[in-house]
Structure formats: structure tokens, C-alpha cells
Design a protein around this ligand. Structure first.
Ligand SMILES: Cc1ncc(COP(=O)(O)O)c(C=O)c1O
Length: 292
């Protein structure tokens, strides 16, 4: 924030993967001028779809309300639309049923996050027993809510002679065969994606880029440029696999996740709880109650 203030910039926090996370006791999404949260079906706080933003500034709130609904002015007294669009806006109105679902889920957010944290810490303790498997580290001043559980692999420590990426891909495939949703998310920086590389725009017109190019603005979407963040090429990236924590927060046994690594080679495991024999399903249910 100090850097942004120094340069006259506003900060919009992307807290879409961190509902309830904290840094030095302060909730993420409350550091910037505006905080943003996704409520899609995968997220710690789920409304089915949609999202929300948080701010304690009335002007930003009013601007957000305008953009959300076609840029329509809002009457100061009645707080209703006056059907006069004054700025360029969008149709970002959330629906009432997903909003109601989200409000109800919000009551459970702390409880579900506590389950995620307990399960993630349990997995970290178990996985750290395996040479070459590096569980996530959470600094003491942070509260991590484990939207994803990221594990790194070190083939040399595991006694395997290959590069990190090859090893990670092989482990991911093996875990997938054990019935676990493990893999890579969002590996490609946005400007590297085809849309930005081709800049074809609407109907091949190169708009909206063409508008700025006509003003002399040049875009540099060259992935080899030193301007680019190189996160996708770092050793950490190449050796990291992610597990969405919805699996453990909403009913899956964390033992199953760690056992895939602890006891590999036991063949394909059931993919869904409904595939399990009834007695095992009941045992899992009892166990989940214990976990809460
Ligand atoms: C970090 C981050 N920002 C933004 C978004 C976009 O959220 P939505 O899918 O609700 O539009 C996501 C969704 O996955 C995300 O993870």
C-alpha cells in the first residue's frame, strides 16, 4: 500500500482464492482500496457463481454499483435505478438465489476453513515423512486457508535421477490413478494466451488494442521479454502439484490423499464416495464428524 500511495495508485486486491485468510491478523481483501472475491463453485466461499467486492469507501461502492448494472444512475433517496446510463457499465447483477446461498455459506466459512486447515496440517505432517515430498510452509504471521494444497517434489531427495518437471508429472499421473484430483491450474500468464498473442479482437478488427495503438501505445506481449514475470519457468513452478482442498473440506478423507503418496501402487482407488462399499462409506462419514 505504501508503494501504491507513493505513486498515486489504487490497489484492488484479488482475494478470490483466500476467503478468510489473514496476514498479521488482518483479513485479506481489507488491505487495498477494494477487495475482490470470487464465489464460483470451487471457492472456499461458494455462491455457485458470481463474486463480490469489499470496500469501506462510499465513492468506490457507488462506482461499483454503477458498473454492475449498465452504468445506470441510482436515485439518492430511493436507491433505485433511474434508467439513465451515465458511464460504460456491464450486466454484472448477481442473482438472488446464488446470493442467498452465499450468505448462508458465509455463516459456515470459519468452520469450513478450520476443517481445511486441520486437514492440510495433518497432510503436511504425514507427507513430510516421505523423502522428496515438500509440503507447503505457512509463515507464523499468516493464516492460510488452503484453497489449493501445493506440494513440491525433489527427485534427488526421493532417490530418482530425473529433472523436477518430469518427476512432478509422473507423480501427478500416479496420484490421479489413485483417485486424486491433482494437477496444474493457471500455468499460463494471461498475455501469453492466444487471444493476446493474436490480438485479433472483435471480428478481426484488432479492437480494443487498435484504439490505443492509433494513439501510439505499443503492446509487448512477447513471452521472452524481460518485462514478463517468469514464474512459469522457475524450479518451484516446475516441481509443484496442487490439490483443490474442497476434497478434504467437504467430505473426502485426508488420509486418502496422503495415502496415495504413502502407499502407492495399490491399484485404482474408487473415484467417488458413492463407489465405495457401504461399510467404508459409513466409516468415512463417522471419521469426517471426528474431523470437525
Ligand atoms: C485469483 C483469481 N482471481 C479471479 C478469479 C475469477 O473469478 P470468477 O471465476 O468467479 O470470475 C479466480 C477464479 O478462479 C481466481 O482464482
Amino acid at each position: 500500500m505504501a508503494v501504491a500511495r507513493k505513486h498515486g495508485l489504487y490497489v484492488i486486491e484479488d482475494a478470490c482464492q483466500a476467503h478468510g485468510a489473514e496476514y498479521k491478523g488482518k483479513k485479506v481483501g481489507s488491505f487495498g482500496d477494494v477487495g475482490t472475491f470470487s464465489l464460483n463453485n470451487f471457492k472456499n466461499l461458494c455462491g455457485g457463481e458470481g463474486g463480490l467486492f469489499t470496500t469501506d469507501d462510499e465513492d468506490y461502492l457507488n462506482k461499483g454499483v454503477l458498473i454492475r448494472c449498465f452504468g445506470d444512475e441510482i436515485d439518492e433517496v430511493s436507491r433505485r435505478r433511474v434508467y439513465n446510463a451515465s458511464i460504460l457499465g456491464y450486466m454484472y447483477r448477481n442473482q438472488e438465489l446464488p446470493a442467498a446461498l452465499c450468505r448462508a455459506q458465509l455463516l459456515h466459512l470459519d468452520e469450513y476453513n478450520a476443517v481445511r486447515i486441520a486437514n492440510a496440517e495433518y497432510m503436511s505432517r504425514e507427507l513430510s515423512r516421505i523423502p522428496g515430498v515438500i509440503p507447503p510452509y505457512c509463515p507464523p504471521e499468516c493464516k492460510h486457508v488452503y484453497f489449493m494444497y501445493n506440494v513440491r517434489f525433489d527427485p534427488a531427495a526421493a532417490g530418482v535421477d530425473c529433472d523436477r518437471r518430469t518427476f512432478r508429472i509422473a507423480v501427478e499421473k500416479a496420484l490421479y490413478k489413485e483417485g486424486m484430483l491433482v494437477g496444474q491450474w493457471q500455468t499460463m500468464p494471461v498475455p501469453a494466451q492466444d487471444l493476446f498473442q493474436s490480438m485479433l479482437g472483435y471480428g478481426g478488427s484488432r479492437h480494443p488494442w487498435a484504439i490505443n495503438e492509433a494513439k501510439g501505445i505499443r503492446y509487448n506481449y512477447d513471452p521472452t521479454s524481460s518485462l514478463w514475470p517468469r514464474c512459469s519457468a522457475t524450479p518451484t513452478r516446475s516441481s509443484t502439484a496442487c490439490m483443490p482442498q474442497r476434497q478434504t473440506a467437504h467430505g473426502q478423507d485426508p488420509d486418502r490423499l496422503s495415502q496415495g503418496l504413502l502407499e502407492p501402487g495399490r491399484g485404482d482407488r474408487p473415484r467417488r464416495r458413492s463407489d465405495l462399499p457401504r461399510r467404508r462409506r459409513q466409516a468415512l462419514r463417522r471419521r469426517m464428524i471426528d474431523w470437525r
